[in-house]
Design a binder for this molecule. Structure first.
Ligand code: BV8
Length: 230
């Protein structure tokens, strides 16, 4: 059995990491302007404020712990591989909770908060401290060029070709904890359906494209994902 799982902010919500959009309007993008904080233009216009936004999220992440949903997906990875199948885990999350729960192969299509990238030479480095204009690139040594290694709006997500290949050879596509509002990730279910692949949504509430899924399971990820994996 080959399964492609796409996760979003909802899988890390019970680990204390805020989601971006929710019906109650208390998501990160309800409090902060994504066009100012999560676009290359916003970073060019006001890098200090963007650094402060991601530095706060990085410190918060370092204190966070994986939850039962992350642990269940790590078990699924092992379980499928010993039975000759495979799990392709792609996440929109920039946190490292899947890896901390034991998942060995995780594709971060929107980048990683614990990495920084030099806008000059493109070098990507592990980064756990605050990032700022004074941060020097460990590659080319230039200061003032380091930025969070995340995919901002208007930027091309990472690993789209690998995701496409995995999707086209999958038996099942499952979306977990995502609102289905950000593309191209929100379009994967349509691609899976078009390829005749079975689809399932696991979420707290129906997502924007809930109707596209063959199967829907609702509840907190820390309960619904272990129940689905078992
Ligand atoms: C807002 C939207 C309309 N805009 C877009 O989609 C844009 C523009 C666009 C492109 N194509 C389109 C087509 C139509 C319309 C618009 C577009 N897309 C882009 O700009 C993308 C880049 C998008 C990436 C932007 N970066 C992020 N983040 C990184 C930084 C950061 O994190 O700061 S996006 C941001 O939203 C993403 C999606 O959010 P979710 O993860 O789904 O989280 P959300 O809060 O929305 O939902 C949480 C869900 O969990 C549920 N939940 C809550 N608690 C729990 C719980 N306890 N248990 C279970 N579920 C739970 C809730 O009910 C809810 O449903 C997140 O990953 C997050 O990363 N780039 C691009 O298109 O480049 C060109 C291109 C593309 C392909 C090929 C060539 C060229």
């Amino acid at each position: 059995m080959r399964i492609v799982v796409l996760t979003g902010a909802g899988v890390s919500a019970e680990s204390g990491l805020g989601t971006f959009r929710d019906k109650a309007g208390t998501g990160i993008w309800a409090k902060f302007d994504p066009m100012r904080l999560a676009t290359p233009e916003g970073f060019a216009a006001d890098p200090e404020t963007v650094h402060a936004f991601y530095n706060a999220r990085r410190r918060n992440l370092i204190e966070a712990k994986p939850n039962a949903a992350h642990a269940a997906l790590a078990r699924l990875e092992t379980g499928l591989s010993v039975r000759g199948g495979g799990l392709f885990l792609v996440t929109q999350n920039i946190d490292d909770l899947h890896e901390r729960a034991g998942s060995r192969h995780v594709l971060h299509m929107h980048g990683e908060l614990l990495k920084a990238r030099c806008s000059d030479c493109g070098a990507v480095a592990d980064w756990r401290d605050d990032l700022g204009l004074e941060s020097a690139c460990p590659g080319c040594g230039n200061g003032g060029e380091m930025r969070p290694h995340v995919v901002w709006f208007g930027e091309v997500p990472l690993g789209l070709d690998l995701i496409e290949t995995a999707l086209m050879s999958a038996d099942l596509f499952v979306a977990i904890g995502t609102s289905g509002s950000v593309y191209p990730a929100a379009g994967f279910v349509a691609e899976a359906r078009a390829a005749g692949i079975r689809t399932c949504e696991i979420n707290l509430e129906p997502s924007d494209n809930a109707g596209m899924f063959d199967e829907r399971r609702y509840g907190p990820a820390s309960e619904a994902v272990p129940a689905w994996v078992a």
